[in-house]
Design a protein around this ligand. Structure first.
Ligand code: PGA
Length: 253
């Protein structure tokens, strides 16, 4: 059975002290009330090593939100996949639409990052999703397929098992506009079919596909009830322990 996952993407929020406080609060909550899914928090780089010391890794796994497209060396300001791994992090989020748009991360750059992450023993939460314009043109399926082909379908079947997909329609991120559970299910099923074409039914069935975009405690249970939605990648609602816990608890309903 594929993993059920609720992953937080803190983005560029919380200073170090605030981040430690949030992770500690969540860790205490989940120790008292064990989650029925895997819980991941994606924090800024500088938080990783400290937070790794304060959380119970059985209940919370740690993720970075990016890593460099080079292994090591003279790349001032960059953080490598090896460095991320050495903090105790198990995952890295790659391909987020904010990185594609604001930092011009292309299919090829992301392909390098994915390979380096996997080579260093990290699992990858790989984000895909269409813009409002693309959705209105009805080309969302082509967009997500091209994103997969551009950066992860070069992987061997064995390597691909370390990829979690996050479908995040750009028009739903931070806008309060969630895709309906039906809209999300339709494209999740399509994504799974594309993975099946490439890697076969079994690997497709074992791949977790998360929904992201204005997911909150009030809509998580409905989204997660769909057969091809295996959890969520949560931005805004991951910044308050109670809200994030509310989404985690959607797997218990
Ligand atoms: P949101 O962000 O939950 O704030 O819409 C999701 C994401 O960008 O990962």
């Amino acid at each position: 059975m594929r993993k059920k996952i609720v992953a937080g993407n803190w983005k560029m929020n919380k200073n170090l002290q605030e981040g430690i406080a949030l992770a500690t609060e969540l860790s205490v909550m989940l120790a008292a009330d064990k989650p029925a899914c895997d819980v991941i928090i994606g924090t800024p780089f500088i938080h990783l090593a400290k937070i790794s010391e304060v959380i119970d890794h059985k209940n919370i796994r740690l993720s970075a939100q990016n890593c460099a497209d080079k292994a090591s060396g003279a790349y001032t300001g960059e953080v490598s996949a090896e460095m991320v791994k050495s903090t105790g992090a198990e995952y890295v989020i790659l391909g987020h639409s904010e990185r594609r748009e604001y930092y011009k991360e292309t299919y090829d750059i992301l392909k390098e990052k994915v390979q380096l992450a996997l080579a260093n023993g990290l699992k990858v939460i790989f984000c895909i999703g269409e813009s409002l314009d693309e959705r209105e043109k009805g080309i969302q399926n082509q967009v997500v397929k091209a994103e997969l082909e551009g950066s992860v379908f070069n992987l061997s079947a064995d390597a691909f098992k370390n990829i979690v997909i996050a479908y995040e329609p750009i028009w739903a991120i931070g806008t309060g506009k969630t895709a309906t559970a039906e809209q999300a299910e339709e494209i999740h099923a399509y994504i799974r079919s594309v993975i099946a074409e490439k890697y076969g039914r079994q690997i497709a069935e074992e791949t977790s596909i998360l929904y992201g975009g204005s997911c909150k405690p009030s809509n998580a249970a409905e989204l997660f009830s769909k057969p091809d939605i295996d959890g969520g990648l949560i931005g805004g609602a991951s910044l308050k322990a109670a809200d994030f816990k509310g989404i985690i608890d959607a797997w218990k309903r």
